[in-house]
Design a protein around this ligand. Sequence first.
Ligand code: ASC
Length: 148
Amino acid sequence: MKTLAPLILFAACGGFSMSAGAQFAKTEDAIKYRQSAMFIQSQHVARLGAMAAGRVPYDATTAVANAEAVAEISKLPWAGFGPGTEGGKAQPDIWQEQAKFKELGERLMSDTQKLLVAAKAGNLDALKAAMGPLGETCKTCHDNFRKK
Ligand code: ASC
């Protein structure tokens, strides 16, 4: 029984490490939640993108603050893609190809952790190097799973 406890807890938590524990009263709430998380994330990524591209001056403290936000917020949207929450900009393929979608979500969270490490390195080159793979992951997932 003792050995089963972690397994039961895992199952009770949805068995999905991406879940932030968010529960939704209705599908529209799940859609609004995931879109809101993606929107806030995009705002912080855009600020970092502007710095990486030289459109705004590089500032290490600002970069870390934005990277911290991205690293945390990138954990959130996934809880909003639960069973039966098809709709919004989400392609139905998300629910048909769960493994592929989960893999891209995990890739995003890995990229954003690397971005935070890069931001903390305190130089523009490190930031630029970390932004490329992150942008690629955003794009791959959107190309595959977001409505055009
Ligand atoms: C963003 C944003 C996206 C991605 C994507 C990267 O800031 O809103 O959808 O980056 O443009 O290719």
